[in-house]
Design a protein around this ligand. Structure first.
Ligand code: OSB
Ligand code: MG
Length: 371
């Protein structure tokens, strides 16, 4: 395929329920949607799901926009690419800025699979017809409000619930949720909020008593040694998210036994190509994987559903239905979960219609470039 034109839309959507992590609170999301066409006019969409602030990763919506417009799109426009797995070579000199690269990579995969007449999931090597979805719940103001949120998601049919934790919001909320939902598949995500100090290590070890499926990213992204030391002292698997940006990070983490589970986010790792390679590497190492989310709009999330259909994704993924996040989504039909499972699209490309009018209405910055 030859990429003939590229358009970026910066789109803002309000969240139905504001979300607090260990680092910040948000009530809306602003993502950059990438629209690529080839010379026949076929279209592929991808999503740059960078948070607005540099608190999850160094990226922001502004830096992603800059890198996409100044480096990534100029590198791919007018170039002949035989396979989307090779797109990254065209901008291989760009260090970091993986969220921006991931949006471009995903649009390339969507376009290519559309041109090949195969569903994106098949193009990636997916095998499953449905994927099991979990939900991720933020830090609430009170434990009662948290219990209400958990109940709501259990009632909606989700079989796995993840709770955000931070020092001051950990053992007590987890104890109460576990007491109220003894059989629930439950896990916690600290987004790196704990320090390698005795007080924090003992809080994390206390969490070992609640039959959690995993403790996700307890320490800072680069703190692989503390993570390995914690894993050695607890039964609960440690899951890595922010620690693994590249395949080399993953090899290091596996070799240090810094965890036992990997959260794969195509956004964090620079695209679907690297996400698939991480899946293969983790599988060889015996690490189960699941697909994390960045509160993607439907374009990014349907790509996450396709990715989650690969055989190594044996744990529930953060691919909740559109109505968990947004009153209206950018794709049609919106994602729905039945008994906690989301169907993998079976038609060519992304397998959903992109609502271009709705995107145009909510886009407050646009950039268009032709080869
Ligand atoms: O750590 O998984 C995370 C959202 C923003 C930043 C980091 C994370 C998250 C989530 C959201 O947990 C999961 C979802 O998209 O439902
Ligand atoms: Mg996480």
């Amino acid at each position: 395929m030859k990429i003939d034109s590229a358009t970026l839309h910066r789109v803002r959507l309000p969240l139905k329920h504001s979300f607090q992590t260990s680092s910040h609170r948000k009530d809306h999301l602003e993502h950059v949607l990438v629209r690529l066409t080839d010379e026949t006019g076929a279209v592929g969409w991808g999503e740059i799901a960078s948070p607005s602030d540099p608190f999850y990763a160094p990226d922001t919506v502004e830096t992603s926009w800059l890198i996409a417009t100044e480096y990534l799109l100029p590198a791919i426009l007018g170039r002949e690419v035989e396979h989307p797995g090779r797109l990254g070579e065209l901008y291989g000199k760009v260090r970091g800025h993986r969220f921006a690269a991931a949006g471009v990579d995903a649009a390339g995969w969507a376009l290519w699979s559309r041109l090949q007449g195969v569903p994106l999931a098949k193009a990636l090597g997916g095998e499953r017809e449905t994927v099991v979805a979990g939900v991720s719940l933020g830090i609430e103001r009170t434990i009662d409000e948290l219990l209400e949120q958990v109940q709501r998601q259990v009632d909606a049919g989700y079989p796995r619930v993840k709770l955000k934790i931070a020092p001051g919001w950990d053992v007590e909320p987890v104890k109460q949720v576990r007491a109220a939902f003894p059989a629930l598949n439950l896990h916690v995500d600290a987004n790196g909020a704990y320090l390698d100090i005795p007080e924090h290590r003992s809080l994390l070890r206390e969490l070992d008593h609640f039959e959690l499926a995993m403790i996700e990213q307890p320490f800072a992204p680069r703190a692989l040694l503390p993570s390995a030391q914690l894993q050695e002292t607890i039964e609960t698997p440690v899951c890595l998210d922010e620690s693994v940006d590249t395949l080399d990070d993953l090899r290091t983490a596996i070799s240090l036994r810094a965890g036992r589970i990997l959260n794969i986010k195509a956004s964090r790792m620079g695209g679907l190509t690297t996400a698939v390679a991480a899946h293969d590497l983790a599988r060889d190492a015996g690490w189960p994987v699941w697909c994390g989310g960045m509160h993607e709009f439907g374009i990014g999330r349907i790509a996450n559903v396709a990715l989650s259909s690969l055989p190594g994704f044996t744990l529930p993924s953060d691919v909740s239905a559109s109505d968990k996040y947004y009153a209206r989504d950018v794709v049609f039909p919106p994602l729905v979960a039945r008994h906690g499972a989301v169907a993998v699209p079976t038609t060519p490309g992304l397998g959903v219609e992109v609502d271009e009018d709705f995107i145009a209405q909510h886009s407050h910055q646009t950039h268009r470039k032709q080869s």
